[in-house]
Every structure is written in C-alpha cells, then in structure tokens.
Design a protein around this ligand. Sequence first.
Ligand code: NAP
Length: 510
Amino acid sequence: MAFAITQTCCNDASCVAVCPVNCIHPTPDEPDFGSTEMLYIDPDSCIDCGACADACPVDAIFPVDALTGPFQAYAEINAEYYTGSDPAAVAQGTSPNFHAWNPPTFTRTIPSDFAPLDVAVVGTGPAGMYAVEDLLLHTNSRVTLIDRLGAPGGLVRYGVAPDHPSTKKIGEVFARFYSHPRLRLRLGVEVGRDVSAEELADRHDAVIYAVGASSARRLGIPGEDLPGSIAATTLVGWYNGHPDVPPDTIDLSAERAVVVGNGNVALDVARILTADPGTLRDTTISPQALAMLESSKVREVVLLGRRGPETAAYTSPELRALTQQGEVDLVVDGSDPRTAQAIDIDTAATPAGKAGLLRGLRRERIDWSAPPPDGRRRIVLRFHSAPVEILGDGQVRGVRVTGAEGAEEVTAGQVVRAIGYRGTPLPGLPFDQDTGTVPHSGGRVRDRQGTYVVGWIKRGPSGGIGANRTCARETVSTLLEDAIAGRLRTPGRRRRGLATLAAPLRGWRR
Ligand code: NAP
C-alpha cells in the first residue's frame, strides 16, 4: 500500500521535506518543480509511513486504499508521473529527473553573533506568511506583521473558495505564527494611509511587501463597466465576506451568467454560482452571499475560454473535480466557434489530459438567444471564443462573442470577468505598469535599499499557494545576504512607534 496526493495539493513541498525515502517529486530543486500541476508520490518507493500526510497543510494526502469515489483516480495519477522514468526519457526531458535526496538545508550562513534584525512584513496572505515562517524558524529576526484589513489571512481568507475547506486549512498553519514571541501583529494598518513606506523603512532594518495583486485585469472592450459586469476579484471577495465588497454587489436575477476566462478562478466562480446553497451552509461563505444564492435565479453559467480544451488555463485536478460533482451538469458547447463544425475534443487528447477529461461529457449545440433549458443547473464550457462587447442599456443583457460567422450574441444578465488579477502601485515604491509588479532582483526592490517583495506583487498573479514558499525563500535569502554584507539601509535600528498605529488584534475570527 502507498499514499497518494490528491486534488487540493498546494505544491508547497512540506511533504517532500519529511519523506524519509525521497518518493515525492518534483522536489523544489528539480527542474519540473513549479511547472507541474501538483506533486506526486511514487507508489513503488513509498514505505507507507504517513509522514507526508501528517505534514500536508491542506489534507491532500491519503493512503491509496482509503481513497473513495472520484479520489480513487489519484492512485493512478500519482503512479503515472513515474512511468517511463528511464534514463533516456530523463535525458530527453520527457520524464522526471530525480536525484539523491537530502534533508532541505538553508545555504545561508548567518554569523552566530549577528544582532537580530527587525523586519516588517506587509501582508498576511500566503506569500507574507511563508516569509514570516522563514524569518522566525530559520533566523533570530523579530517580525512586525502588518495587514491593512482587520482580519489576517489575505488570499487564504478572502480568495480561496469556501467549498475548498482543505485548502483554507493552510490558514491554520500560518495562524500559529501570530502568537510567536518574536512576532507582533498589527492589523488595520495601511501603508500609504496610516504609515508611509519611508516611515516603515526608518523603523525597521528591512521591509518585505507581500501585498499580492488585488485589482482585476481589464478586457478593454465596450460595455465592460456596465452594471451587471463585475470582476471575479469582486465576486470572490463577495462570497468570502471581504470588507471592501458590498453584500449586494452581484445581481442573480437572470437565468444565465457568463464568466469570461477559464482559469481556476473562473471554475471557482462557476461552481459557487451553480452550487446547491445547502452544500455551502457549513462553510466559511459570507452569510449575505449564501442568502442571495438561496434565492438566485441563475441556472446556467457559461465559461468563455479563448483557448481550446487541451490548453485551457485551469488545472486538471480542478477540472476533474468539476466533471465529478453530482448535482450540476457540465456540458460542452458542441459547436466550434471558429468553424461552426462539431468541436473536436477527442483527436490527440490523452485520457488524463485536460481535453481527455471532457470526453464523456454531453456536447450540445446551444441557441444562445434562448434562455437556458429547464432542469438541473448547469455549467457550459465554450472554447475558442472571446468577448468583443458587453451589451446592455444601463444593465447587462448579453455578450457579443467571437463565432464562426462573425460575432454572436449570448443572452445573459450577469458577466463575471475572470481574466486574472493585477498588482496595484504602492505609494513610495517603484512599479512596472506593464507587468503590474514591483521591479526587483531576487526579491530586492530596485533603488530601495532594505526593501523587498514576495508573492504576486513580485512575480505576477500566477501560481497557487505553495508557489509562494520558494518565492519567499528567495526573497528572505536575498535579505539575509544584504544584512550580512551590510547593505541594509539602517542596520541595527530598532522598530519603534508602530504600536501606536493600530490595536494589535482587533476582533477577527479564525
Ligand atoms: P489565470 O489562470 O491566468 O486565467 C486567466 C484566464 O483569463 C485565462 O483563461 C486567460 O486566457 C483568460 N483571459 C485573459 N485575458 C483575456 C481576454 N482579454 N479575453 C478573454 N480571456 C482572457 O488566472 P486566474 O484564474 O485568476 O488564477 C490565478 C492563479 O491562481 C492561477 O495560477 C491559478 O491556478 C491560481 N488559483 C488556483 C486555484 C486552485 O488551485 N483551486 C484557485 C484559484 C486560483 P489565456 O489562458 O488564453 O491567457
């Protein structure tokens, strides 16, 4: 018997660090790390010790013989990663390239008489918390952890969908650090409003910004700002009870909603809008959002993807879960919008690939001018099609989308633009408008001594929670290199005065 990693794998490699036999790959120092959708356990070398399952922060690892229902597929998915890993395949780059494993080590050497650094970390989402973990567990630094909101957690609290409780569990791992003796938590403190970047830099040896990418990319098409057209960032905040999002931000009075984009956020939105509200009742969903979903008229959500089924942006585990959920129908628009011929999903699609996962689904030619059919709620996947205009006179009534004979009109009362997040400029820090990130080198902010970035504001809005772990390690390593080389702006300065800016813990719930 072996263990297997399943859908909610967060890729943060906590499991790799504790595996005594090096049977989980790719490891952070293997070339595939960061590009595979998840990590995989080799069933042939797993010794069934369960250390990985204990270490997994998102409850994604189970003994193979305990997998039930849709999760059973993960026994094969894990094993498949290891098939054909012969030396020739490795040389061609078509198979995992394993090497002897050693316990993870931190290559930095910090002199034993090095005075503790005072470091401010701005942002309590995953990127900030992995940086905090690194600083607290591997250095003697003292950390001031700041968030502009009254409750910590960032994207874990306000971004992860409420029907993904295992993923939200990683928040419990991060929360352990809030009461660490070398950490002070300051909530309700906003850089640029309550304290300037300059003041923060003056009061600490180093400042790490982990502020994420909180705004939405724009489509740049007519009608984008009509009432009834909202960004997924707003909708995700709505169902997670984000304090900046009014509870009545969405209109669920029409039968069809269109979600533009087909990344994992688009899938989250489609799932929540079509879910049986009863299944969400015991989750962290905002009570106001739940009440609105209970009276929602939405019966069909159309996912509009400009790429094809094999290369769609969502990950296979998330799509697989969608194909296996019982109470909502998943349908593929049967007409290829480029040719008006039947859409080809089967040619060259491997069964485990993204297109292969759609093979068994119903394909239907849809009359977009008509309301969705009666019956169960459904999600319709329309590929190779992008919006050209959002239509409406004072309120969204549809979307003009690319089709075989020019643009066609999809009737809809709500449009959700799930085309990606975007960083926003921070007062006092440089900003690259093209990428929506802060220019940096290895996490060190350009032209700002002692200032660092981590997470989406550093590398752009892609990658799941665990990707921030290696990102944080790089940034903290750069910071420590600078500290040792005497390159920090105010080495030896002590944090002071910040306590007056906000109460340490305003009533937040875990
Ligand atoms: P994403 O993965 O980058 O997807 C954005 C989608 O929008 C893509 O389908 C993209 O199409 C499309 N798009 C962009 N510009 C467009 C335009 N002008 N017109 C039409 N379509 C357009 O972003 P995301 O969904 O916001 O996710 C962000 C990151 O968070 C991802 O790494 C994701 O995996 C992660 N995440 C993970 C989970 C999970 O694991 N459960 C949940 C949520 C988010 P193209 O692909 O053609 O560019």
